[in-house]
Design a protein around this ligand. Structure first.
Ligand code: URA
Length: 258
């Protein structure tokens, strides 16, 4: 689908910035006499790079047709199917509601978690409990993005009773929804949070310790794996390597890395 308007301008500007950044990283400092990167990027370009989705938020607030409306409608259709899904009999019986995913339907970056917990099951939105608060801080205070600019979802759309790990058969049953959401959003990046998300997405048994720290590929999308925020709450010493991972992601996305 061809996107028009300010959103696509934002995307083009970001792509140009990314290309310039990668040339700069490759050691190219000038194009002719023009320096490739000013020490401080112009404020308006920095804003485009860091908060691309204000256009959508403004259009939504004004009640006009917003970039991403078509994708939002496509996601809503998938969401209706998810809400009626009873493929996993135990999960369908024990859930309060399904937890589809939330965020910008045009997001460049998708965060992928494991499965809803009790708070998410109650509220119908992913990552709204204690781990979710930490994830929001990682996105907003760490990466200087807005939570509404990214998209957040899980391997499973139902809470496993007692917060047990998803069964392979449940992850397989939910996979078509995950892939359909990704097909609509078409993100450039996925950040897998924790071993369950990473191993399920990439279909591997490799440990999160070995998967983190470098990029993988999933259907042409760049995938970075890092520790789950709930793990960070229990193991604060893992925050440092997680921040290293997020910085790597930011660099690859062409964002300003502090
Ligand atoms: N943990 C997850 O993996 N996903 C959520 O939505 C909440 C907590």
């Amino acid at each position: 689908m061809v996107q028009k308007g300010p959103q696509s301008e934002g995307r083009i500007a970001r792509t140009v910035l990314q290309k310039l950044e990668s040339l700069h990283r490759a050691g190219v400092s000038h194009m002719g006499k023009v320096p490739l990167r000013a020490e401080t990027p112009p404020a308006d370009m920095a804003a485009v790079a860091q908060s691309p989705d204000d256009d959508r938020a403004a259009a939504l607030a004004a009640g006009t047709h917003a970039p991403g409306d078509d994708q939002a409608a496509a996601l809503a259709a998938v969401q209706r199917e998810v809400a009626a899904c009873v493929r996993c009999a135990e999960l369908a019986r024990t859930r309060k509601q399904t937890v589809f995913g939330a965020g910008n339907p045009l997001a460049r970056l998708v965060f992928l978690g494991e499965a809803p917990g009790a708070d998410e099951d109650r509220q119908g939105e992913p990552f709204v409990g204690r781990a979710g608060k930490l994830l929001t801080d990682m996105i907003e205070k760490g990466m200087k993005l807005k939570r509404r600019d990214v998209y957040i979802m899980n391997i499973l759309r139902c809470r496993p009773p007692g917060n047990r790990n998803p069964l392979p058969v449940e992850a397989a049953a939910c996979r078509q929804f995950l892939d359909r959401q990704l097909a609509v959003i078409q993100p450039e990046f996925i950040c897998c949070l924790g071993a369950v998300a990473a191993q399920n997405l990439l279909q591997t048994t490799t440990s999160i310790g070995r998967l983190r720290g470098h990029f993988h590929d999933y259907q042409g999308i760049k995938v970075l794996c890092t520790y789950h925020p709930a793990y960070l709450l229990r193991n604060p010493s893992a925050k440092r390597p997680t921040w290293d991972d997020l910085r790597l992601l930011m660099e690859e996305m062409g964002l300003r890395v502090p």
